[in-house]
Ligand binder design. Structure first.
Ligand code: BG6
Ligand code: MG
Length: 215
């Protein structure tokens, strides 16, 4: 079946927010005296805020109550949102603009499928808030990637079946979500060596729309 829609993950695919997520978590971990490093940070890619916090707390000796955990996640989010103020359209990753324009020219539908609750803010800051035919994000879902929910909602909002969609992902959890949802998957960036994906590329500048639609 030919591809009629492309669902893009946001963080790490459209825009590089990874460093800001990392800095937000690092500040929180330092304040709580919890060991945290870039290797642990890699495990947070694609997973929800609360699940990310659980991964960070694996290194803590203290047991936090549910209320305390919610406050910790809020604190990190405030640090992160402060950093997000620096994001501009110049932070859109290489090749993304061209790919989006070419897909539109060919009448292929485009959507966002992101675990982030900050997705609407980020899209606005980079000037792409009216660019997509549909968006599905952390505010719409009960289960975060690797659960397929976020992509299935995006496909439904595009009025397409999963078989008609291609997912673009930079996280292992997202590649898995795309496969489980019955969609084809293009892995980029950090996920480019993930063997479960149907195709892969270093970034969106290293693949043509013909190659994307030919999977
Ligand atoms: C994903 C990121 O896109 O969004 C994760 O890859 C992040 O690292 C998740 O934890 C949730 O983001 P937010 O903005 O809702 O805290
Ligand atoms: Mg991502």
């Amino acid at each position: 079946m030919s591809i009629k829609g492309v669902i893009f993950d946001l963080d790490g695919v459209i825009v590089s927010t990874d460093e800001y997520h990392y800095q937000g978590w690092q500040r929180l971990a330092d304040e709580e005296r919890i060991y945290f490093d870039r290797e642990i940070n890699e495990r947070l890619r694609g997973v929800s805020r609360m699940e990310s916090l659980e991964i960070i707390l694996e290194k803590s000796d203290r047991v936090y109550s549910q209320d305390e955990k919610i406050k910790l996640a809020e604190r990190k989010n405030n640090y992160y949102r402060e950093l997000l103020k620096k994001i501009t359209p110049d932070d859109i990753l290489p090749g993304v603009r061209n790919v989006l324009e070419e897909l539109k020219r060919r009448s292929i539908k485009i959507a966002i499928g992101s675990s982030s609750k900050n997705s609407p803010t980020i899209l606005e800051r980079i000037g792409l808030d009216t660019c997509f035919d549909a968006t599905s994000d952390g505010n719409d879902i009960k289960n975060s990637k690797p659960d397929p929910e976020v992509f299935l909602i995006a496909a439904k909002r595009l009025s397409l079946s999963p078989e008609e969609c291609l997912v673009v992902e930079d996280a292992g959890a997202g590649v898995e979500a795309g496969i489980t949802s019955g969609m084809r998957v293009l892995a980029v960036g950090s996920a480019k060596d993930d063997k479960r994906a149907h195709i892969s590329a270093k970034d969106m500048d290293s693949i043509t729309v013909d190659e994307m639609l030919d999977v």
